[in-house]
Design a protein around this ligand. Structure first.
Ligand SMILES: Nc1ncnc2c1ncn2[C@@H]1O[C@H](COP(=O)(O)OP(=O)(O)OP(=O)(O)O)[C@@H](O)[C@H]1O
Ligand SMILES: [Mg+2]
Length: 126
């Protein structure tokens, strides 16, 4: 992932970075979020793969509105947080697919979204 993200990745959020294709990032993130939610912590899972989103399929929910819609001003924080996907697990989908993935990921608005999520949850899994 982009260096710009270093600022918002911290103890309260975790993400898969500098990775290979199809090595199990999505599967691991989903399983991690589900297992952590079972420990009574409030977890939010954010699908940051705006090119080929998959997490919504795993959870059986819609991929939009989500991250890209929030960044482009098409949806609000409350509109993109899908609440109660599982007990203690909320979800922010990738949103409408876009070729401008790096722009989305490096955006100030994505930083704002993650900051907002960190304020509301025990852990943000990206
Ligand atoms: N631990 C595992 N054991 C066996 N198969 C796995 C494991 N983890 C993931 N897979 C399978 O490998 C494939 C790729 O997994 P996944 O989509 O999680 O990878 P990814 O790193 O997110 O890929 P991408 O780079 O395309 O986003 C999927 O079919 C998934 O079911
Ligand atoms: Mg993936």
């Amino acid at each position: 992932m982009a260096a710009a993200q270093e600022d918002w990745v911290s103890d309260e959020s975790c993400s898969h970075r500098e990775s290979e294709p199809a090595e199990g990032k999505t599967t691991t993130a989903c399983n991690l979020a589900v297992v952590l939610a079972e420990t009574e912590q409030r977890i939010v899972l954010l699908d940051a793969d705006v090119r080929r989103p998959m997490v919504h399929t795993f959870l059986g929910v819609s991929y939009k509105p989500g991250l890209s819609d929030f960044v482009d001003g098409r949806a609000t924080y409350d509109e993109v947080v899908q609440r109660g996907v599982l007990e203690n697990l909320d979800f922010v989908a990738s949103g409408s697919t876009t070729p401008q993935a790096s722009k989305i990921l490096a955006s100030r608005k994505m930083e704002d979204l993650v900051a907002e999520l960190k304020a509301h949850y025990d852990l943000v899994v990206i």
